[in-house]
Structure formats: C-alpha cells, structure tokens
Ligand binder design. Structure first.
Ligand SMILES: [Zn+2]
Length: 509
C-alpha cells in the first residue's frame, strides 16, 4: 500500500547502464523515488506506485545517469569566468581570488552562487563541494550561499576556506624576491583573519546542528596544509573526527607548493603527507585536491591510510600546474573524485569535460597500455565523489536506498548515434548538450534544460546590474597587483630551477 502523504517520482521505461564496465549494455527499466530516496528499480515496477499525486517522467529514449559530484569547486569567482588565458597558479590567484578584492555585496554573493549552481545542474551535476572564501568573513553572506543552494535545488557540501599563515610566507622565494613595500599585496587562496575564529563560528552555528534533511551539509576546508600551523591542522583533524566531517584542502597543486614542502618540512622528509599524518589529518575523510607533485612514497602513504584525492585537470592545465599521476592512483587503488575547480580558470563546470580530460591525458602519461579508462572516470565522477563527501552508502548510484539524484540524457542526440558503448559515449562523446532533466532528492530541478526553481531571465537581469561594479573592482585588483608580476616571474623561474624529486610537466620542462 502506498502512503499518500509521501512524495513519489516515477521514471518510466528509461534506459539504465547494466553493469560496471565499458561493455555494459542498456536495459529498459522504471525507477521509483519516494520522499527523495530510490525505493525500487526494475522492469515494469512503476505500476505498483502510481497515485494521482505522483510525478511521472517518460524515460523513452532517455539514459538515466547518477548525478555527478563536482568534488572541487569555488563559487567565489563565478563572475570571472572567461577573463583569462593561461596564467601561473600563484599569479592567477592574485588576479582572481577574494583576498585581492574589496568586500562583496550580499546580492553579488547570492547571484554568483545561483549562477554557478545553475551551470552545475544543467550539466547533470547534482552535488557540489564548494570551498568558498569570504574576505572578510560575513555571516549573512555564508547564509546567502546556503540559501542559494537550497533555492535552486543543488546539493552542496560547503567548506569556507581558512588559514593562519599569510600567503607571502608559504610561497618559495616570494619574501626574498618581492620588495618590502609590495609584500602586503602578495596573497594566497585565503588569508588569515586574526580577529575572527571561523572554526569556532562554524562549530557553534553549523557543525553541531542537524541539517534537518536540507541540501546543504558542511566540510572543513583548510586552504592548503602549508598555510596552516600545527595547531590548526590538529584542530581540523579533531573537528573532523568529532563531527564526522569531510576535509578538503589544496595540496601539491604546483611545483612551488612541492618545493615549499621539500624545503620547510625537512623534519618530515620534505613531505606534507608525512607531516599531516603525524597531526592526525590523513584517512578516508581527508580529500586532497589536485595532488599533482606527490613523491612515490607519498602516493604509497595515501594508499596505506585510505586518504582520498580530487583531480581537477581543467584548471591544472590552464594554470600550468602539471598533470596529476592518475594511473598511479588507479594502480594503488586510491579513491579519487573529479572536480571542475574555479570558474576563472576552468571556465566551465562541466563533468563531461573533466571526465574526458582525465581519461585522455592519462593515456599519454604512459607508453604502455593502460586498463580501460571510461568506466573508471565515470565511477570517479559519481560514486568517487560520494566517497569524498562521506556518502558512499546513499549517494552516487541508482540503487534502492540511495538518494534520488540523477539526470536524464537524450539518446536521440547525435553524440549517441550509433550507440556502441553507453559508458564510453558518456565519457568521450557527450558534451552536456543531451542533459534534458535533472532530479535532486526526487525533485525535478531541471526540465527541458531549464531550472524549475528560479526565474533564469530574472537572474540574468540581476547579473547585468551587478557586473559593472564587479568589473571595476576586478580591473582595480589587477592594477594593484600588476607591480608584482616581474617579481613573481622571477620567483617562478627560481622554483623551476629546483629539483623536487618528481616532474609532472608533459614536456619534461
Ligand atoms: Zn581549488
């Protein structure tokens, strides 16, 4: 008997991937979601759930795919997409990130968060991990971020970034290269705020509270380990254990970050991983974004401790950071997820691009044959992301007991004709063009490619209103830091002259 008070969504006669490999065939089945959770999937099962109130989606010629988890993202620079060509990571950070900007308005925070979320959803992303930076922190602005995600219907794991060391002290050669009068302009992804204890605020207001079934949950986000003291890393580990929170941080994204480790963590064999382990910050709740310049012994430690990785090829290439050793992660069985990273350097929140780039760049990392990649990266973009946020048991798959997060992709699109391998065509052929409907928690949030939750035209109107101010501030910020460019270039050249024990640039530079 069906409980009439519950919310039921039925997808009828849709196509599902039957298996976990590139050879998996499609099967036609129904999927039933009740109160946000999948209760049944199988041929003809919908008949038992029809009520006048049930929402029914016709799945004919549609492929149902688990919602993607965009496991590394920053909503703070959504408005800066398309503003740059290739730039070195450390220089790009000065141009694009909150520490270089004057405080933003609450309206801008809301609009940019909605816009980024809309782009995610329209590409079949149903969960995002947002390492958002506020400079300075503002309670109302964090609330605006949460409200935006709830409004548009995107699941979000929000982790405001923090650090207690100034960027200037964590970048090799900056202090000796940049003249004293300019050093205050040289900043990193997030800067310390000595007047505000962000972790204390988050613990009192969010970590300790139940989320009452909402779409937003929390993560700890130390911006980069080398930007944090021993005390802050230990505190992060303690909070993660006490509240069972995932941790996200940037590690070994650039050669400069690797050199910082080799130089200033010599007591730990020049290894941030060894140091973090000694502080209790390794293990399955810890996610290391980028993870490009790791030594072999550090890769082994990730495997031994079941510490996770989030790969972000889209930004790594444009920021000249290097190519992560994807096949080394695969060989060791290290769990990895995929992210699309900052809008100002990846320019798109598109997991199809992320999957294809991960698989194809991996191909040229080895002269020898690799195992098939398409299923591996699809798994990373879905279940791998669920593992990253601590939800392997109820998110990222289309089985009973899992949340009803998925998209319907149009199999009549040319990307799917002829249909030879659903898994390969999802990874190598689909661009996102075919995403027609997106469901989060059993709620249809995108229909015929448009949001059902917000007025997209009104959002575009509001965007036009705030852009002149943003562009003024963006230009002014660029002007302020321009004086640093030759010094950063010199520091960059010095970094490249050093040996960090590994090379992740394709040309061997
Ligand atoms: Zn990042």
């Amino acid at each position: 008997m069906t409980d009439t008070a519950s919310t039921v969504l039925i997808v009828k006669n849709a196509n599902f991937i039957d298996g976990e490999s590139e050879d998996a065939r499609l099967v036609v089945q129904d999927l039933v979601v009740r109160d946000g959770v999948i209760v049944e999937r199988g041929a003809g099962v919908a008949a038992g759930y029809h009520t006048p109130e049930a929402t029914v989606l016709d799945g004919t010629d549609q492929l149902v795919v688990p919602g993607f988890v965009n496991a590394h993202y920053h909503s703070h620079d959504v408005l800066a997409k398309g503003t740059m060509e290739e730039e070195v990571l450390e220089w790009w950070a000065l141009l694009a990130l909150p520490p270089s900007f004057p405080p933003r308005s609450e309206a801008e925070i809301r609009i940019r968060t909605l816009l980024g979320a809309l782009e995610c959803l329209r590409g079949g992303i149903t969960t995002v991990q947002d390492m958002v930076t506020f400079a300075p922190f503002d309670e109302a602005q964090l609330d605006a971020v949460v409200e935006a995600y709830e409004t548009i219907g995107l699941r979000a794991v929000v982790g405001p970034q923090y650090a207690d060391k100034a960027g200037i002290g964590t970048r090799p050669f900056w202090e000796e290269t940049i003249p004293a009068e300019h050093r205050s302009k040289a900043k990193s992804f997030a800067e310390p705020d000595p007047d505000f204890d962000l972790l204390d605020y988050l613990e009192k207001n969010h970590f300790g509270r139940k989320t009452d079934g909402g779409l937003v949950s929390w993560a700890l986000a130390p911006t980069a380990p080398e930007a944090c003291s021993d005390e802050l890393i230990a505190r992060t580990a303690e909070l993660s254990n006490r509240y069972e929170l995932p941790v996200f941080t940037h590690i070994y994204e650039s050669k400069s970050m690797a050199l910082e480790a080799r130089t200033h963590y010599q007591d730990y064999g020049g290894s941030l991983i060894t140091w973090m382990k000694s502080m209790g910050l390794t293990g399955p709740r810890v996610n290391l974004a980028h993870s490009i310049w790791l030594l072999d012994k550090e890769l082994d430690m990730l495997a031994e401790t079941d510490t996770r990785v989030v790969l972000n090829l889209l930004s790594n290439l444009k920021l000249k950071s290097g190519v992560p050793p994807t096949s080394a992660y695969q060989r060791r069985g290290i769990s990895y997820a995929l992210g699309c990273d900052n809008p100002s350097c990846s320019d798109s929140q598109n997991m199809f691009q992320a999957m294809k780039l991960t698989a194809t760049l991996n191909a040229i990392s080895s002269r020898d044959p690799l195992p098939p990649q398409a299923w591996a990266v699809l798994e990373a973009a879905t279940a791998g992301g669920a593992r990253a946020i601590g939800r392997a048991a109820d998110l990222g798959k289309l089985d009973p007991g899992f949340v009803g997060d998925f998209s319907l992709i149009d199999l009549t699109d040319p990307s799917w004709l002829p249909l030879n391998s659903a898994v390969r065509q999802l990874v190598y052929a689909e661009s996102g063009r075919g995403v027609r409907k997106v469901v989060v928690g059993g709620d249809v949030v995108i229909s015929d490619g448009r949001s059902t939750k917000i007025d997209e035209a009104a959002l575009r109107g509001e965007l036009l209103e705030i852009m002149p101010r943003f562009l003024d501030d963006f230009g002014a910020a660029r002007g302020r830091v321009e004086v640093l460019r030759p010094y950063l270039q010199e520091a960059h050249r010095k970094v490249w002259a050093c040996d960090v024990g590994v090379n992740r640039m394709l040309n061997g530079a």
